[in-house]
Design a protein around this ligand. Structure first.
Ligand code: PEP
Ligand code: MG
Length: 561
């Protein structure tokens, strides 16, 4: 059986399926090791905190934050009081906490708010964990290397799977920007999301959560397909693909240490996208020539108050110091809003968060947050003797650039000595990810030192198609001429001004995307470190004239061809 979905992390894997199903407990589900509600909730909270500590120790701050918030939820009185009432009416603790969790999650979902949808999933996950603790049910984690299949894979479950036992991830829900997909890319394993019919398949066989199926599945993270019980021919084809991709990866790795360039020597700087300081080693190993996008949201998410300046400065210094004064590091101001919820800011709920108070727009109501971030960046720059690049996300107008300039001036005014001097060394740029910025590019280039095109959001906004909605995959084609013409318009505006144009959206890390973008005149590509080797190799094999011809053809065509 062949299930089609969306490619979310490259590679291919063949192995047994490990199926994660959230168990729906019944009233008879108290096992011999069953314990009361309070103890179960304490145990669940402790487990989640221990997992969060482990992740934090490994530098995985963003995931640690999610689990820490869940640990607090496990002790939440609203959840526990509702469960206690159901127990008093005769329910078993596991069934009671499940029902109480469901009611809260459904209440959250009824608000029909994209931001809160993830919170509903977190509540269900916490309730399931308390339920398992109270009924003595132990989740059967994979014991052999397996491909995880699930409707959605909660962060807390993914964190429990021992290193090396997760070969790939296939999800019925989600999009390539889903949490589990990002995790897969950072682990270097394949993933496919939005797999049509997987939900029905997961429900069909009866069995406990975490049951290791005896059957074999093959996950193709290049095409976004999952083959269940593949035939020997299909398996052979996948096997060839795995072997070819491994051979390609080995061959590509031999070029490490060489700077990115086309076959005829046109330089293309290959940079890393980082989600936190823990990813620095992967980027250095892959031969990244710098960092083209350091996403700083991990410092702000999954906590109860904003990060202190000290904590921020340490995180920025870790990355700036690792790359030193000669390799650029582009730190992006926190891109809060959209699908990245920060409850402690107390922002008013929005009907359309992706069109709301997101990125640089936050400076219109909470400028002090971004000023504090800029101060922390200046401190990190002073400590490491570097000149950081800083870019503002979601710039839509010339006034947004003025706002960014004012934030930097305010940060510099509040500093003194070396740190103030370091603030003056900040190289300022913007992300181009809102269609208005494409058409204002001739004005914007006069005000900034660099531009970086965010094709993930630019595509979402050009096609008016929510990037997290798996039903809208047909509108996520980043090679559509509408996207390519926008990229070309930015390059054409920036070139005469001598302003470099990078692409830091996912498109730049794909082989076709990298070739087309360089053909359009983009001179820097920033991507997940796992993609750098292959992109370097494909460019080294491509004369510039071929890339220009390819880009020209696609850009003029009516469709993505
Ligand atoms: C983008 O929008 O392409 C981008 C790189 O930013 P993010 O994915 O973090 O929104
Ligand atoms: Mg973006």
């Amino acid at each position: 059986m062949r299930l089609r979905g969306e490619a979310a992390a490259p590679g291919a894997a063949v192995g047994p399926a490990w199926i994660y199903r959230a168990v729906v407990p019944s009233n008879g589900s108290v096992g011999p090791a069953g314990i009361g509600l309070e103890l179960a909730a304490e145990r669940a909270a402790g487990q989640l905190q221990a997992l969060a500590d482990g992740l934090r120790g490994a530098g995985r701050e963003e995931q640690a934050g999610i689990l820490e918030a869940q640990s607090l939820m496990a002790r939440d009185e609203t959840l526990l009081a509702a469960a206690r009432e159901l127990i008093a009416a005769g329910s078993a603790p596991a069934a009671a906490v499940h029902e109480a969790g469901e009611a809260i999650a459904r209440g959250i979902e009824a608000l029909d708010d994209e931001l809160l949808a993830a919170r509903a999933a977190d509540v269900r996950d916490v309730a399931a964990r308390i339920g398992r603790a109270s009924s003595g049910h132990v989740l059967d984690l994979p014991r052999v290397p397996s491909i995880a299949l699930a409707d959605d894979l909660p962060a807390s479950i993914a964190a429990e799977i021992p290193n090396g036992l997760l070969l790939g991830i296939g999800l019925a829900a989600g999009s390539p920007t889903a949490h589990a997909a990002i995790l897969a890319r950072s682990l270097g394993i394949p993933a496919a999301v939005g797999l049509a019919d997987l939900a029905a398949y997961l429900e069909a066989p009866s069995g406990p959560a975490g049951h290791v199926e005896t059957g074999t599945v093959a996950l193709d993270g290049f095409s976004g397909e999952l083959l269940i019980e593949p035939t020997s021919e299909e398996l052979a084809a996948i096997g060839r693909r795995v072997a070819t991709s491994a051979a390609q990866a080995r061959a590509a790795a031999t070029l490490r240490g060489r700077p990115g360039a086309t076959r005829d020597g046109r330089p293309v700087r290959l940079l890393a996208n980082l989600g936190g300081p823990d990813e620095v080693d992967r980027a250095l190993q892959a031969g990244a020539e710098g960092v083209g996008l350091f996403r700083t949201e991990f410092l702000f998410l999954g906590r109860t108050r904003p990060p202190e300046e000290d904590e921020q400065a340490r995180a920025y210094a870790a990355v700036l110091g690792a790359f030193g004064p000669d390799r650029p590091v582009v730190i992006r101001l926190a891109d809060i809003g959209g699908d990245k919820e920060v409850p402690y800011l107390g922002l008013a709920p929005e009907a359309n968060p992706f069109l709301g108070l997101r990125g640089i727009r936050l400076a219109r109501t909470r400028p002090e947050l971004l000023v504090a971030q800029l101060r922390a960046i200046a401190r990190a720059a002073a400590a490491t003797g570097t000149s950081p690049h800083v870019m503002a996300p979601m710039v839509a107008t010339v006034e947004d650039v003025d706002l960014f300039d004012e934030l930097r001036r305010e940060a510099a005014r509040s500093l003194s000595g070396d740190v103030q001097a370091a603030a003056g060394r900040i190289v300022a740029g913007i992300m181009v990810e809102v269609p208005s910025a494409v058409w204002l590019a001739p004005e914007l280039v006069r005000r900034v030192s660099f531009m970086s095109i965010g094709t993930n959001d630019l595509t979402q906004y050009l096609f008016a198609a929510d990037r997290t909605n798996s039903a809208l995959a047909p509108y996520r084609d980043t090679l559509n001429p509408a996207v390519l013409r926008a990229v070309a318009a930015v390059v054409d505006a920036a070139r005469p001004a001598g302003v470099p144009v990078a692409v830091c959206g996912e498109l730049g890390g794909t082989l076709d995307g990298a070739r087309v973008l360089v053909g359009l005149g983009v001179t820097e590509l920033s991507m997940d470190p796992g993609s750098i080797d292959l992109v370097r190799a494909v460019l080294a094999d491509s004369p510039m004239s071929d890339l220009e011809a390819l880009a020209e053809g696609l850009r003029r065509g009516p469709t993505a061809g």
